[in-house]
Design a protein around this ligand. Structure first.
Ligand SMILES: [Zn+2]
Length: 301
């Protein structure tokens, strides 16, 4: 499923653009969406030649487009947007939308062509994610319905009000990020952890810098079982202080005994599986050492 950008996400009036605060909010909202879509390789952005013509044809309509290439945000927006665009043809007529969209930009044709783009998707029966501009966000559970007189089906796209909303839908694809080789381990595992924290431990943040020893990578890529539990408990550990982790029944976090193993700790994943890691508390660093599958470890620390 692809995403459609509602015009007020991309277009802004001159008046609002000249207001520094509004300009910053507008650019931040747009770049946050594009960074999420890019970072997690979520989907393409459906777009049409007609909308493209408006975007590049009228200088007043696209203040971020090539207007100031010294501004790194504007450069990043241009690159990330065009990397994702998938041009489709628009329908001959507009569809309707309920509730109505607030038009905050100057050229109302952008809204007409947006509704023609959505009409094509009604014709083809494709649902989509809908990213909206700041003024067109709706409070949950409200959503937009797109419909027309010539077709029977109504489309209720998945509304993405702000970039962090994407995490609600990334959970289902986080398995895609579970590493299957040592080579891409760090990038994939860290993305999977980031998704897991945002889906399962909302309002928590990762408190440590963390990395993985080769032994850990080898033991994890070879496991098919418990992938969700591994991600969930590691994500949880990274968001807790050590006393909180020790007190947590699902982690049963504890230190090894003996001076030689003074930084080494063990945490629970499931009933029969554990992870060993090194903790450097004052530096806030965790290094994961090894995952023990069922029957692989001796519990006398
Ligand atoms: Zn129709």
């Amino acid at each position: 499923m692809n995403v459609i950008f509602e015009p007020s996400l991309l277009f802004i009036s001159d008046e609002n653009w000249k207001d520094e605060e509004k300009q910053d909010l507008f650019l931040e909202h747009l770049i946050n969406h594009l960074e999420m879509i890019d970072r997690f390789d979520i989907c393409k952005v459906w777009w049409t030649d007609e909308l493209q013509t408006i975007l590049i044809g009228n200088p007043n309509m696209h203040p971020w487009y090539g207007s100031d290439l010294r501004n790194p945000i504007i450069v990043a927006i241009s690159q990330k947007f065009y990397n994702r665009v998938d041009i489709i043809s628009e329908a001959d007529t507009e569809c309707q939308v309920n509730p109505n969209l607030i038009i905050t930009y100057t050229n109302q044709f952008a809204n007409d062509h947006f509704l023609k783009l959505v009409h094509t998707l009604i014709e083809d029966g494709y649902n989509f994610y809908l990213c909206v501009g700041i003024e067109n966000r709706l409070t949950s559970p409200n959503q937009y319905s797109f419909f027309c007189k010539c077709h029977q089906n109504t489309l209720n796209p998945i509304l993405i009000n702000s970039a962090t909303n994407w995490f609600l839908y990334l959970d289902t694809i986080s398995k895609k990020y579970f590493p299957t080789s040592i080579e891409d381990f760090d990038d994939k595992f860290k993305k999977a952890i980031e998704i897991t924290v945002n889906c399962n431990f909302v309002n928590s943040v990762i408190l440590y810098e963390y990395s993985f020893e080769t032994e850990f990578k080898k033991s994890v890529v070879n496991t098919e079982r418990n992938q969700t539990e591994i991600l969930k408990n590691i994500a949880k550990r990274l968001t807790l202080t050590t006393p909180q982790a020790q007190a947590d029944g699902s982690l049963q976090d504890k230190a090894y005994k003996g001076k030689q193993k003074k930084d080494l700790r063990r945490m629970r994943i499931t009933q029969g599986t554990r992870v060993d890691y090194k903790l450097f508390e004052s530096e806030k660093i965790i290094i994961f050492v090894k995952y023990f599958d069922e029957g692989d470890y001796d519990d006398s620390l």
